[in-house]
Write a new protein. Sequence first.
Length: 428
Amino acid sequence: MTVKFSRRTKAGAAILAASALALVATGCSTPGGDGSDDNEKITLTLATFNDFGYTDDLLQEYEDLHPNITIVHNKAATSNDARENMFTKLGAGSGLSDIEAIEVDWLAELMQYSSKFVPVTDPDAKDRWVDWKAAAATDGSGNLIGYGTDIGPEAVCYRSDLFAAAGLPSDRDAVAELLKGDWQHYYDVGAQYLAGGGTGSWFDSAGATYQGVINQIQNAYEKNDGTVIAADNPEVKAAFESVLKASSTLSAHLGQWGDDWTAGLANGAYATMLCPGWMLGVISGNAPDVKGWDVANVFPGGGGNWGGSYLTVPKQSAHPEAASALASWLTAPEQQLKAFANAGTFPSQVSAYGSDALDGATNEYFNNAPVGSILTDRSNAITVSPFKGVKYFPINDALQKALTRVEDGTQSIADSWNQFVEDVKALS
């Protein structure tokens, strides 16, 4: 299978009945199985962010099977935007979409309000996901409130043309060998790149690189009992300082998702970046005419997971059964493999692993890289699943702001760290 990642505009479509899920592979459906009357026209709203791989073509399958239901797909620019919208409207008691996507970094915050979401009851979803994916979205009463979409095993994306011009290996296997090692080795190769006349910078930003480092620490910000340790954890301070030290000479200082960062994907502003699977679609979508991007089967420090999301059905929904059916269908292995083909969102569904559709997936944009096998290897390399409690997202957000203050010259490393410590105290 050749994977073609895109950033297509999502539009209306339709939903498959819950009782028809087992018949999807044969193209059959069961009328009214989602709790709706086939004669009743229903509009369902689906809210996601970034790129989940839910293209017009994928959603069109619902319209063909259940044409009385129309899906309006709204996409926020970032996870932060989606989080703000979620908590504002959850508190207000109205205004949320029928299906709301959430990101793993703020899942723990949301679990405090698990009673405000429709539990997953579809029998076909039983044991669908890797254990830790489902466990994180299961509340104390045993209710699973999130349909897992993807996980984010990380590789390194790089500009093969810029590597070659700087005298570095450009073949992906050779690059993987070149970059094998710890974070300091990654920075040392970056210094080689610049010394060899490499254009632009080595990586995009301190914030993006720090995220790769911190995702390899089991308890960075909180103990398992929720006790906040971020300001006193020497591992966090060491990560903060080491990334900023490297950033002073190796970073393009372009914060992720900003206009300049997006432009940098195309104009060669940086030669490497950390790449969870979902980032592949972001790169190809924003730099469609660039021929040099490739992906290497390697990650500093061994392995890491960045991101991964869920679909939820708020009880605010006027059509909870129909919305639940859509969420379940979208997160079934067959559909998540299609989403992977569309946007690189690596499936969290157990039965997808080992399939020809995943193992044999290549990506034409990334020089026909075998992205299925690369990301499977990167997933297998993950040895740490960081604890992310209720305070994880606001603490990490405060840390990211601290990194930005140094990169934009507003504060010194020491002063910005001290402000971070005060910010953490205010959150406790």
